[in-house]
Design a protein. Structure first.
Length: 313
């Protein structure tokens, strides 16, 4: 098989530059959706390419070895699959990635389950008696008549820290997470990064963008961008260095995230919106299309390989 089978494994590296640009987009909700979809498709293409490499181990089956002997006797040279060493390494890598997906899924479900079990919300909000200031959006569960609506979990430490206006900003931020279903975008991006580790920067970008989208929604709700910026900084500084056990792992949306993400959010709220051209979204789409096209070409090569090696051929 040719280089096409390896291309989907490395192309996600090209998503890092547009991700950095899109995190400063004036339309963070749209940018988050774009990156989440791109991550899902790139992860699927990478997983498919890895599976094809693993499947080339079929040439070691007894029937295939007999076929190779028959072909050599007839003076026919069969096309070579990938080296067995590469295929074996791909098999081990696939097992490790599968374990990452299972672990990530269990962690997220466990964290959300713990948050839901913290108590019964009242009017869409639940106050946990904990000193550290935190607020997190807890998604709903179930379907139809049995569906349990999502709610906002805040700690008593947060309520003591903030004044009434700042509390309103926090609630608006977290309710935006619920209304915009950010937990789904985060879940897609995080699982894509578990499948394909090179997509970690994209998952981080989606996490930042959903926070920015909720910041923008909260600013529109309370009518004061500087109030939201001040509240974000205040909660972030007060909640460092420790974070609520399980809240960060839930990956749903937490008011107050430190580091460079915090500075990016505050800058977006206190400065004029940055106009990110469509060229970065187009580049993201081009990388995804290239990965999928390479995957299609690799599938075609694999089918040709199987036909050549098939004993009945």
């Amino acid at each position: 098989m040719t280089w096409l089978v390896y291309l989907p494994l490395v192309l996600p590296l090209l998503l890092a530059p547009p991700t950095r640009r899109l995190t400063r987009s004036a339309r963070p909700q749209a940018a988050a959706r774009t990156l989440a979809v791109a991550a899902a498709i790139a992860a699927a293409a990478g997983a498919g390419a890895l599976a094809l490499i693993v499947l080339t181990l079929f040439d070691d089956l007894p029937a295939m070895e007999r076929r190779e002997g028959q072909a050599l006797s007839a003076g026919i040279v069969l096309p070579e699959p990938v080296p067995d060493l590469v295929a074996g390494a791909a098999f081990l890598l696939a097992g490790w990635l599968g374990w990452r997906v299972v672990r990530q899924t269990r962690q997220r479900r466990g964290a959300v389950r713990d948050l839901r079990a913290a108590g019964l919300p009242h009017n869409g909000m639940l106050v946990a008696d904990w000193d550290r200031p935190h607020a997190v959006a807890v998604p709903g569960e179930g379907r139809g008549a049995r569906r349990r609506a999502g709610h906002v979990l805040v700690t008593s430490g947060l309520l003591r820290l903030l004044d009434p206006d700042e509390r309103a900003a926090v609630l608006a931020h977290e309710r935006a997470h619920l209304r915009l279903r950010h937990h789904r975008l985060i879940a897609v991006a995080v699982l894509a990064a578990a499948v394909h580790p090179l997509l970690r920067p994209v998952a981080d970008g989606v996490a930042l963008l959903v926070e920015r989208a909720s910041d923008e929604d909260a600013a529109a709700t309370v009518g004061d961008r500087r109030l939201v910026a001040r509240t974000v900084a205040k909660v972030a500084l007060a909640s460092q260095p420790a974070r609520a056990a399980g809240i960060g792992a839930a990956g749903i949306g937490e008011m107050g995230i430190g580091g460079s993400n915090l500075m990016c959010r505050i800058e977006a709220l206190t400065r004029p919106p940055v106009s990110v051209g469509r060229v970065w979204s187009a580049l993201t789409s081009a990388v995804v299309v290239a990965a999928f096209a390479a995957m299609g070409g690799a599938v075609g090569e694999f089918i040709g390989l199987v036909r050549a090696w098939w004993p009945a051929a």
